[in-house]
Design a protein around this ligand. Structure first.
Ligand code: GUN
Ligand code: ZN
Length: 394
């Protein structure tokens, strides 16, 4: 836990007996918070050239079906957590698998490594391939069993996770609402307003719903423990409802660009009062690095011209850390280095002679150094990572 802040000389004087770990080379940042990432998709990152629904059918879902084999799922969970930690991510809201044993394996591996994971069983009862479908009763029972085992155990929490309205009937959404209500302090996460073809199909399947958000909201309260991914094509009414509910939106810029989903209306979110944080959305996103997501978020706002919200490097750091912590209800605990916060941290130490190394040697302010980190930093520059003060290795 961060006990004091000050210059090295001051802290040396006030804490003379303490062991000194010298991290003065380069930068120490709060551990990154990824508010939307799919664990079963780590091995299929990089399937480029398709819009959302084709990408799901041809690339993502065939891989997700392989997680029916629990040994395969264990390997995937290990690859996934290694990827997260090596990118400097210490907290994540994770889309689990469609199979309870695979979600169990994810929680087991996360608890062994100490990563702060909120995750759940992904459920669907229509449209997707048959081997990914469940029933409302099974979804409730299997989710409840997982939540009873893992919710509140160490740093782990349960998230009720209907895949998206397109693949979830009203009855399944009802069972998700009941589970969210019955598991005290559980989270709720799903996708929303990502792609025009997806939105048109949802509108057709839910003719009585006012909008996409209402397909979720009529079954469970949308509230401060709800996180919706994407929301690229949101209406003013949906933004107002999200703001009033204090729900959060996970902005996933490399995914949005890779799938050609659209340009995120960040200004509209912020002006409506909706909290936004970053998500890698692996495997549609092109890697785990929230530095890359931050840079792509910046690009996207630049490309929006007058409609965009110009972002500084401090904004990018906020989106990748403190805002993510707040959207996951962990603002008092992690996401920054204030006194009393747990020490979740990333030591960025660029490879000697790399362009980032050169850039940092020639930065003349902290803001400038931070901008160079977002422009040039990669997983290779993450030298050490701590969660709750304990060093974790990928
Ligand atoms: N919508 C439903 N499933 C998915 C998914 O796996 N990735 C993305 N980006 N959108 C989705
Ligand atoms: Zn996603």
């Amino acid at each position: 836990v961060v006990a004091a802040r000050g210059t090295l000389a001051e802290l040396r004087r006030s804490h003379p007996g303490e062991q000194l770990v010298d991290l003065t080379a380069s930068l120490v940042l709060p551990g990154f918070v990824d508010t939307h990432v799919h664990f079963p998709q780590v091995r299929m990152i990089g399937a480029l050239g398709m819009p959302l629904l084709d990408w799901l059918e041809r690339s993502a879902l065939p891989e997700e079906a392989r997680l029916a084999d629990v040994d395969y799922a264990r390997g995937v969970a290990r690859d996934f957590l290694t990827g997260l930690v090596r990118a400097g991510t210490t907290t994540a809201l994770v889309f689990g698998a469609h199979y309870p044993a695979a979600v169990d394996v994810l929680f087991t591996e996360a608890s062994q490594r100490g990563v702060r994971v909120t995750a759940g069983l992904v459920v669907s009862d229509r449209i997707l391939r048959d081997d990914l479908l469940t029933t409302p009763e099974r979804a409730y029972d299997e989710g409840r069993e997982l939540a009873e085992r893992w919710h509140g155990s160490g740093r782990l929490r349960y998230a009720v996770t209907p895949r998206f309205s397109l693949s979830c009937s009203d009855v399944l959404m009802d069972s998700c609402g009941a589970l969210h209500k019955d598991i005290d302090g559980s989270w709720f996460t799903s996708h929303i307003n990502e792609n025009p073809a997806e939105i048109a199909a949802v509108t057709e399947l839910f003719p009585d719903s006012a909008d996409y958000l209402a397909t979720y909201g009529r079954h469970q309260p949308v509230g401060e423990r709800s996180v919706f991914a994407h929301n690229l094509h949101a209406s003013a009414a949906e933004l107002a409802t999200l703001a009033q509910a204090r729900a959060s939106v996970a902005h996933c810029p490399t995914s949005n660009a890779a799938l050609g989903s659209g340009l995120f209306p960040l200004r509209e979110h912020i002006e409506s009062g909706v909290r936004v944080a970053l998500g890698s959305d692996v495997g549609a996103g092109t890697g785990f690095s929230l530095l890359k997501e931050g840079l792509q978020a910046y690009f996207m706002q630049q490309l929006l011209g007058e409609a965009g919200l110009p972002l500084t490097s401090a904004h990018l750091l906020y989106l990748a850390t403190a805002s993510g912590a707040a959207s996951l209800g962990l603002a008092g605990q992690v996401g920054e280095f204030s006194i009393g916060r747990e020490f979740d941290a990333v030591w960025l130490r660029p490879v000697e002679g790399s362009t980032l190394d050169c850039g940092l040697r020639n930065a003349d302010s902290a803001d400038q150094a931070l901008a160079k980190v977002f422009a040039l930093g990669t997983d290779a520059d993450v030298a050490r990572v701590w969660i709750g003060g304990v060093e974790v290795s990928g």
